[in-house]
Design a protein around this ligand. Sequence first.
Ligand code: NAD
Length: 256
Amino acid sequence: MKLQDKVAIVTGGASGLGLATVRTLHEKGAKVVIFDLDAEKANQITEELGENVAFVLVNVADEASVQAGIDQTIEKFGGIHVCVNCAGIAPPGKTIGKSGVLNLDKFKKVIDINLVGTFNVIRLAAEKMAENDPLTEDGERGIIVNTASVAAFDGQMGQAAYGASKAGVAGMTLPIARDLSEFGIRINTIAPGLFLTPMAGTLPEKVVDKLGSMVEFPKRLGKPEEYASLVQFLIENGYVNGEVIRLDGGIRMAPR
Ligand SMILES: NC(=O)c1ccc[n+]([C@@H]2O[C@H](COP(=O)([O-])OP(=O)(O)OC[C@H]3O[C@@H](n4cnc5c(N)ncnc54)[C@H](O)[C@@H]3O)[C@@H](O)[C@H]2O)c1
């Protein structure tokens, strides 16, 4: 699908990988709506990028909030063609840590935002995409890109909740591709290694350096623009579907 004049939702678009995606899609001529909880950052971006980028305060884990965001997107730009799911949290927590067993509500919160939230946005965006007229000669109506993590496959110590949530995102990709095939909607998932974003900034510098040195080549953390460039490829190449793609410089994470 060509991006020019299409309408894209980017969850988590106020920061990091989502923000780089907003910039790339906007540069390629798409109209972009940011779904995020960080109004201050999101408003700065909409001011900078102008009228083709909008912001709606959305909690991806909340059904009514996402529905309201979808409705406002349709009202402002008339449809939805692309949905990129970047909203997520990554609080660490060992199964048995220094202060006892991992709090179950803490575990559930990560699943709720990263996995349930991603599905919540997918299903409501896909409902609108299914109403689009076919956009390509194959009859494509929409494209969804999710964000998992290499922690879906080689999660480190303290990543039980995060790894489970991201494994869920990876695992639902193919069944959703199958569910949505009759509507001409593709879905793919990117599993990033460690990228230089505010999320990575919450890790101690020592940990970031160590993770950078574990990358096979190039020996550095990923740049958010490199993530955004893969999103663009997945939107534009109409034959990639139901796939989970690691974007990680060949890293296989060590246990700790
Ligand atoms: N940075 C990395 O190294 C890395 C690696 C692998 C996967 N990821 C994944 O990539 C995605 C983006 O990560 P990032 O590094 O850009 O993080 P980030 O913290 O910079 O950005 C995440 C954004 O999501 C928003 N958000 C959080 N909870 C939300 C909710 N309930 N509803 C709506 N918005 C919400 C935040 O406000 C923030 O703007 C996440 O899903 C993360 O798990 C990141």
